[in-house]
Every structure is written in C-alpha cells, then in structure tokens.
Design a protein around this ligand. Structure first.
Ligand code: GLA
Length: 381
C-alpha cells in the first residue's frame, strides 16, 4: 500500500461525517490508480505572495486549471460533439487580470456567498456589521473575501486541496474559520468541488464557486437550454435581497422545470425579471436535504456540449451575466452582457436575517461539509 492509499484509508476511517455518496467516491478512487495528470506551475506574484497554477487533465482530454489566488477555476476545457476540446468558462490568461476588477470569475466566494441585507446580522443576540460593498448590502464575503486571498494548496488523488484560515472578525465575521476546498476531476468529465469548514466561535458560513460558463465558448448564452429542478424561487426587492416569501415558478419566466432556452423569457415584463435585469435569483431546489442530487442540466445546441450540476445545497443562484457590459477584457476579448451564466450552488441569500430559510449558522465542534459536481458531456440534437 503506498502513502496516498494509506492516507485515503485513514481518511475514510475517520470521516464518519461523509455521506454515502462521498464514501462511494472514495472507494471508487481507491480501487483504481489515479487517471488524472496533475501539474503545478508558478502563475506570478500577487501583493500577498506567490501564486501557483494547478492543471488537472483526464484521458478524454478534459482540462481544469485552478490558481491559488481566490482558489479560482481559471479554465475548463471539454470536448464538443466533434471531439474538439474547447474553453467553456470566462477568465483571464494572466494573474494581472485576476488581480484587477472583475465579478468573481471562477472564484470561491465566502465567508458568505451572495447578499446580507444592509451588511448586518446578529448571532445569539450579538450584532455584527459588515462592509456594504453592493449598494446598501454586503455581497460575497466583503471587500477582501475568499476570492482575493492566497490559499495553501496540496495535491491529492485526482486533484488539489486548497486551505485558507480566515481570522476571527476578518471582514466583520466572528470566529476563526478554517476552510478546505478540494477540486477533483474524474475520468467521466466531472469536476467535483468539496467544501469543508470548522470554526472556533459561532459564525455564518455559505460557500460557493462563481464560475461563469458558456458551453459554446463565445457569443451570448441565450440559446443554451436549461433545466432547473425547482418548483419555487425566492423573490427579491430592488436591492436583490429576498423578501422572505417563496414564489411558485409555475406560469412565470422562472419555470425551468422543463428545459427551455435561457433567452426565452429573459426579458419578460415580470417584476422579478425587471428587478434582476434578467435572471439573478435563488431557486429553491427540489431535493432531499444533505443528499447530492442532480439539480440542473444545460445543453448548448451548436457545440452539442451538456453540463449537469449536482449538489447537496438547498439553493442555486442562477445569474445570467446581466452586469457584464463589455468593459472587462477577458482571455478572448471584451466580455459582453449575458456572455455567460453562473449556477452558484448555495444556501439562500440573506439567510442570517431570514428565520424561515435553512440556517447558515456554524457552531464550534460542527463541520460545514458540502459538495457540488459539474459534469460535462455531449449530445447530438
Ligand atoms: C452574484 C450576484 C449578482 C452579481 C454577481 C457578481 O451572482 O447575485 O448580482 O453581483 O454575483 O457580479
């Protein structure tokens, strides 16, 4: 038994928290030698230190690049229906792009993904105040969230594990939070993102990944066909904070229960679409709590590419790049409105202030543990 296999056995033995699906994944990995090539290279120097780039590649030619700044997914390349491998995410070629202004391309977002109303919440009667970096609200973990820090990285079987220790009161959040995000690639073109976190004081924690996808590789995403398994969504006010109600999707632009082109109702006269300038809303997923299930499927007809999303989270923020306006120059030129979409798996926005939403509290002694899979394929019609 080599060292890696021994580590995995120990991990399996001690991980009584893992759910059945995750234990199956571990067993599958143990029975096969790693099929994933992993390489590590320097990617430049940020003000806080050196940044590395890890490349994961499988035998089908799928490639995923991850950088230690922001634990960012820099690139995902997958085959189209002709077998040609091509880019399906937005991003930059060099570190300078990621150090400049951009809307969280590929990043791990935290400590709290999405908005907290007025940047205020209380835990056990103690009020906390965050920077308001999005109109009157706090967005995506603050001024220097997890997307702008350097993570420590270590190679693991089929992937890379990135760790960051967020100090007590960093960006206004209580408790020292230790986070590990593990990216692994499999032979069937699935990228898994596993999240773990522990704290030494009661805090809130809601982590997500903010990759922008365009399965055609360029152009807008209006012809992509999308299915989301959600009967309900959480309507928002003008500042994109949930009102607290759940609204049925039936008969609205938000009904993606049967696959439809993203562009079909994106400019509908409905109030929620007008507020979001398109889709920028949390969908309440139909699923069994804490069990990873298929929650969304995307098909892009010209390339034939498909993407399935599986998660253990109760919600997904579907965002259609409404704020992109051509001013950011990405790896293949100006990034225009609706040139990509995000499916950010997460707990609901503003949960710390909404007692009826699933809780995002994390207590000392508990483990935050969740995972999301983006699985790529092709279809001919
Ligand atoms: C999330 C938000 C959007 C926007 C993007 C980043 O998806 O809901 O409103 O802020 O992040 O630009």
């Amino acid at each position: 038994m080599n060292r890696k296999t021994l580590c995995y056995c120990l991990l399996l033995f001690f991980s009584c928290q893992s759910n059945e699906q995750e234990q199956k994944d571990v067993l599958t990995n143990m029975s096969k030698p790693s099929m994933i090539q992993i390489s590590k290279n320097a990617f430049g120097t940020a003000p806080d230190g050196a940044v590395d780039l890890f490349k994961l590649k499988n035998e089908q030619g799928m490639e995923v690049e991850i950088i230690t700044y922001g634990a960012i997914v820099k690139s995902i390349k997958v085959p189209d229906k002709t077998g040609k491998i091509g880019e399906v995410t937005l991003g930059f070629n060099d570190l300078a792009g990621y150090l400049g202004e951009h809307p969280y391309f590929g990043a791990i977002v935290g400590r709290y993904g999405n908005r907290i109303a007025k940047g205020k919440f209380s835990i056990e009667g103690t009020p906390y105040s965050l920077a308001t970096n999005n109109g009157p609200n706090a967005l995506h973990g603050g001024i220097k969230g997890f997307d702008k820090v350097i993570w420590k990285a270590a190679e693991v079987p089929n992937g890379v594990a990135l760790t960051y220790v967020s100090a007590d009161m960093e960006e206004g959040y209580p408790g020292e939070l230790t986070i590990t995000v593990t990216y692994t690639l499999d032979k069937d073109n699935a990228l898994k993102i596993a999240y773990e976190a522990t704290t030494d004081k009661t805090t809130v924690c809601n982590l997500t990944n903010h990759t922008y996808f365009n399965l055609a590789g360029s152009g807008d995403i209006l012809d992509h066909q999308l299915m989301i398994k959600a009967d309900w969504m959480t309507p928002v006010d003008e500042t994109l904070i949930p009102t607290g109600e759940l609204k049925g999707v039936k008969g609205t632009a938000f009904d993606f229960r049967m696959s439809k082109p993203i562009g079909k109702d994106i400019d509908a006269e409905e109030e929620q679409i007008q507020i979001g300038g398109g889709y920028d809303h949390n969908f309440v997923l139909n699923m069994k709590p804490r069990t990873r299930t298929l929650i969304a499927r995307v098909f892009e007809p010209s390339s034939g590419r498909t993407m399935e999303v599986l998660t253990r989270e109760p919600g997904v923020q579907f965002y259609t790049g409404n704020f992109l306006d051509g001013t950011i120059i990405g790896r293949s030129g100006a990034i225009g409105k609706r040139s990509a979409f995000c499916l950010e798996t997460q707990h609901f926005p503003d949960s710390p202030n909404q007692s009826t939403f699933p809780s995002t509290l994390l207590q000392p002694g508990e483990k935050y543990e969740t995972s999301t899979v983006y699985k790529f394929g092709v279809k001919n019609d």
